[in-house]
Write a protein that binds this ligand. Structure first.
Ligand SMILES: Nc1ncnc2c1ncn2[C@@H]1O[C@H](COP(=O)(O)OP(=O)(O)OP(=O)(O)O)[C@@H](O)[C@H]1O
Ligand SMILES: [Mg+2]
Length: 298
């Protein structure tokens, strides 16, 4: 029978990006770029967000693509963020119809790919988030519709901080982040416990501390406990540019997140206890129940 350590390693690798997925993401980037080039003056585009940092979980959904506009499009910057978002939305609707949806900082384009019961998509990306962006010194400005203003961001800084955290954690940090983001995406919760899921990664920069202890189950148990304990804290943008990442939830939503994180910690404790009592099969089932179908039973 699979040991718990083997099961976690398999789980970790199932949540890793593979070559076919990357080829599909690049093809979708090119497809959207080729189309948007006919509508806007685009300087460059790149895959970014958690996808580019290897902290995206499965199934691959809402892969962020920045479309950095040329200075000839600077007229947008003096207008409300909703203007550029509406223009991008209208353009994408012409090609993708109602599969293009306007969001707060991006346009989501859904490719109609469905995940199966095992959360597999035949290595295809379900959707991308098209983010209009402008260069601002070494950073970027992106529209925020709810705030009604342009916000600063720097994906390179976020990536560098994630890499530093990963290395300080014996290269296990990104795997743990992907696992808890997978838990967060589990449809059993209804709405995601933690919103945005980027907050899990930002919190992990401080909540996974003291170094890798050597066992996945204990790391995950402790991670859930610390996330629950600190979900009411304010979590600023790690690059110091945009609004706090913790602004995505009001008090009621944070209370719900705290309760679900505590429940997850209790489930982890029970799973660990099963192993102590020699009930390996029950432990595997408990972890699968906690995380979802990508956690292996064999
Ligand atoms: N409040 C913010 N201020 C500055 N930059 C932000 C802020 N929120 C998000 N970002 C940047 O935009 C990127 C995309 O945001 P998004 O919410 O999609 O997070 P993500 O890390 O890609 O997580 P997910 O896996 O859920 O897509 C983030 O990775 C981060 O680099
Ligand atoms: Mg994203």
């Amino acid at each position: 029978m699979l040991t718990i350590d083997e099961a976690f390693r398999k789980f970790k690798s199932r949540l890793e990006l593979n070559d076919r997925e990357q080829a599909n993401a690049s093809a979708r980037q090119k497809e959207v770029r080729d189309y948007l080039d006919t509508k806007f003056k685009i300087d460059r585009s790149f895959l970014t967000g958690s996808y580019a940092r290897w902290t995206k979980t499965k199934p691959l959904k809402d892969v962020d693509i920045f479309f950095v506009l040329k200075s000839s499009e600077d007229h947008y910057r003096s207008k409300a963020p909703s203007v550029v978002l509406t223009d991008f939305h209208n353009a994408l609707v012409e090609k993708y119809g109602d599969k293009a949806r306007k969001q707060n900082r991006s346009i989501n384009v859904d490719f109609g790919v469905k995940a199966d019961a095992e959360d597999n998509t035949d290595y295809r990306v379900i959707s991308v988030d098209v983010v209009p962006a402008f260069d601002k010194d070494d950073d970027f400005e992106i529209p925020d519709n709810e705030l009604g203003k342009w916000i600063g961001t720097n994906p390179q800084t976020h990536a560098a901080e994630a890499t530093a955290a990963h290395q300080a954690y014996s290269n296990e940090w990104k795997g743990l982040v992907r696992m808890v983001k997978y838990w967060n995406n589990n449809p059993k919760h209804g709405e995601k416990p933690v919103k945005p899921s980027f907050l899990i990664e930002v919190m992990a920069m401080q909540c996974l501390y003291g170094g890798w202890g050597g066992s996945f189950d204990r790391e995950i148990q402790g991670f859930f406990a610390t996330l629950a304990a600190r979900i009411f804290d304010e979590w600023p943008d790690p690059a110091g540019l945009g609004p706090p990442i913790s602004n995505g939830m009001d008090t009621a939503r944070k209370t719900r997140a705290r309760d679900l994180l505590l429940a997850a910690e209790r489930e982890a404790t029970l799973a660990i206890d099963h192993v102590r009592r020699g009930r390996n099969g029950q432990a595997l089932r408990a972890w699968r129940e906690l995380f979802g179908p990508k956690f292996p039973l064999s």
